[in-house]
Ligand binder design. Structure first.
Ligand code: NAD
Ligand code: TYD
Length: 327
């Protein structure tokens, strides 16, 4: 299969690219190389084009493909609060443009989405695929807009498209703005770990290998017009993950700082995943083992993240997001 992976230079996309190459597929990557796109994530020799998924000419340079898996997105909630325009451009318009290309090419299409489109859920409830979308942040609202474009394109134009909604994903090569890589690399640098609010927010954690395995399964076996939640049923409070990081690294507990909460902060995500499990998927990575292996990866791969954290772009974002919070 000739497969277009958009956003293949990002965190999850790059793991998916390696997985599909190992499966013998003919992979081409399209990536805009935003701050989150990193050539160091890509395997040597991969066919890769620079371009914007929201620009039809950039997509058309790829030529015919059998399938498109769309990982390309603006992905960070905090950045979406600081400035949502890029999120609408890529996550909504970009998805629409890719769908138009998929229609012309008669390509299979998988939209990689997120559990955040459901908004937060009360204790005792897990979101199902047909639950209403109640996004809380400009990020999740943009992802929900993309999902709705996909479902409309299936119905109106007969596109062979499915949607995956994965939960919070962790693993190597994640840009150090998200909770786990930010806290691990800050702890390694002796910098504070800024925990928002009371730190009791719950996320449903998923290892990147398990996330990619599920996306592959949906690509190959998912039905058109169907949505598949992907979650490992590992719900943990941010304080618990923070404690694991501090303890595993033997860092000083006083590095943890309680700071001003995120605006509109979702309290809890939780997914009902029977549908993807019925396709034959189940998570393979144990939470404790997976988190510790991920912490070890950042400890052992400073050459991957130090250039990012020392860059002007990162420092500028970090100051905007944390300077006032950390005082
Ligand atoms: P990431 O931020 O690490 O990477 C995003 C990639 O998309 C980067 O390589 C970037 O350069 C590229 N990109 C951004 N805008 C583009 C554009 N207009 N055209 C082409 N490329 C563009 O993201 P990630 O964490 O790997 O997430 C990948 C996908 O998975 C996203 O769609 C995200 O919504 C979804 N998702 C992520 C998580 C998570 O916890 N990280 C969980 C569930 C779903
Ligand atoms: P994040 O990794 O940004 O993912 P998402 O917002 O998409 O779930 O955040 C995970 C959780 O960690 C979320 O509840 C917000 C919290 N958090 C902090 O407490 N401090 C931080 O500096 C960051 C980035 C996140």
């Amino acid at each position: 299969m000739r497969l277009l992976v958009t956003g293949g230079a990002g965190f999850i996309g790059s793991h998916f690219v390696k997985r599909m190459l190992a499966a013998g597929e003919d992979v081409v990557v399209l990536d805009k190389f935003t701050y989150a796109g990193n050539p160091a994530n890509l395997p040597d020799g991969i066919e890769c084009r620079r371009g914007d998924i929201a620009t039809r000419g950039d997509v058309d340079q790829i030529g015919p493909v059998d399938a498109i898996v769309n990982f390309a997105a603006e992905t960070h909630v905090d950045r979406s609060i600081l400035g949502p325009e890029d999120f609408v451009h890529t996550d909504v318009l970009g998805t629409l443009v890719l769908l138009q290309a998929a229609e012309e090419l008669s390509a299979r299409f998988v939209q990689v989405s997120t559990d955040e489109v459901y908004g937060d859920v009360e204790p005792g409830w897990s979101s199902r695929e047909d639950d209403p979308l109640r996004p809380s942040s400009p990020y999740s609202a943009s992802k929900a807009g993309g999902d709705l474009q996909v479902l409309a394109a299936v119905r109106t134009f007969g596109i062979n498209a499915s949607i995956t909604r994965g939960s919070n994903t962790y693993g190597p090569n994640q840009y150090p703005e998200k909770l786990l890589p930010l806290f691990v690399t800050n702890a390694l640098d002796g910098e504070p770990l800024p925990l928002y609010g009371d730190g009791r927010q719950v996320r449903d954690w998923l290892h990147v290998d398990d996330h990619c395995a599920a996306v592959e399964l949906v690509l190959r076996q998912g039905e058109a017009g169907q949505v598949y939640n992907i979650g490992a049923d590992e719900e943990h409070e941010n304080v618990e993950l923070t404690k694991m990081i501090v303890e595993h690294l033997g860092a000083d507990r006083s590095l943890v700082r309680s700071v001003e909460d995120r605006a509109g902060h979702d309290r809890r995500y939780s997914l009902e995943t029977a549908k993807v499990r019925a396709l034959g998927w189940q998570p393979r990575r144990d939470w404790g083992e997976g988190v510790r292996a991920t912490i070890d990866w950042y400890r052992d791969n400073r050459d991957w993240w130090e250039p990012i954290k020392r860059s002007g772009g990162f420092r500028e974002y970090y100051d905007k997001q944390y300077a006032a919070r950390l005082g």
